[in-house]
Write a protein that binds this ligand. Sequence first.
Ligand code: UGA
Length: 434
Amino acid sequence: MKITVIGTGYVGITTATSLGEIGHQIMGVDIDELKIEQLNNGVLPIYEPGVEPVIQNLLKQGKLHFTTSLKEAMEGTEIIFIAVGTPQLSDGRPDLKYVEEVAREIGRHMTEYIVIVDKSTVPVGTAEYVQSIIKEQLKLRGLSVAFDVVSNPEFLQEGKALQNSRKPDRIVLGCSSQVAEDVMLKLYENIDALKHLTSPRNAEMIKYASNSFLATKITFINEMARLCDLLAVDVVEVAKGMGMDKRIGPYFLQAGIGYGGSCFPKDVSALAMMGREVNMEMTILKSIQEINQKQTDWFLERVKECMGALDGKRITLLGLSFKPDTDDIREAPSLKLIQKLLAEGAFITGFDPVASNKIKNIFPNIKIGEDAYSAVKDAEAVVICTEWKEIIDLDWRTIKSLMHGDFIFDGRNALDREMLQLEGFQYWGVGRNL
Ligand code: UGA
């Protein structure tokens, strides 16, 4: 099938790649000329393991092409994906201006039946809104062309885009007509996954409910971790025991220094706003936001309890991205932590396998290690903010010998506590300090 994907951010690029991989002919569109040039040369503007070679392959096979012209891309296209950004407004709602612009542009060029798919995370009712914008443009042109707007939310995790797209748990399709449903089922016929067929409004809500539920699960275990700390209980053991119950499941029960990223914080806020707009305060979401906000403060208090005043102390943070396998630092807990540690007067050195430079741009006053070993030199404490495999697999005996002190604060409960204690570290994990 001939597909157009508008927007070459994280969602757009991964959508284009995964649809190209299953045999479709893809046109990627963006207004950013430099990005389009880079992509046509096989250079990926985002960090996502494994995606670049797939793009290069698809370009070589002529299955993928990028352009700045939506009009050109739309010629003969059967489906258009809208995968543009929906940045957060100051009141917590997503800004739909890019979605609106794209919808207008589609309406200006459409001449035959096309299925338009909302891939961006957008509030309930957006498919209907997009439909009305396109209709308005067609009316201005004096045309009445049939088309459908489908909601097909994205559930990929950054850092795992390829594996998630090759084998998704489910594909949610919110269609308003049988024709659109048939087109979407044909599109995904080569992907072996559960397909949930529903209405566009339901599909839009499924995306927000899923992300908010996962954020709730993490927040629950984070608050449990605080209680475990007070009652001499190990939250890792508790999560393991809970996760064996199929109804609970083992995933997203890893206590830590809070969730971050470009999705959970934004989507929880947007869902809370959706509630407020219909006079319903979602108290659970309010609590999640508060607990997540306070998680780094709580963590810092524990660091202070162990180390005393932090003024003048040398502390090294390892892993700075919001999670492993990405250079994304949006809403990364490391940002809050660095800010707070600097305010306490600590000297900070940081290291991340790929995000170090981004952090240095925000905090020019902190030191950045060329590698983890140089970053820990003379440190009195090491803090793990992100559980990169490269960091877990470090030679901790060498780390200990390079440090001046012996504190290790494992903000992700990712390290081997017993091994570190044997190496002479004073280990502190989130909710596992017996
Ligand atoms: C999340 C969802 O998992 C995806 O399904 C969704 O498609 C995506 O948002 C999106 O809306 O685009 P992502 O933000 O890439 O994906 O990352 P996650 O792996 O979900 O992690 C989010 C945050 O939760 C990270 O800061 C991570 O460290 C934290 N986390 C995750 C925990 O603290 N504990 C856990 O057990 C799991």
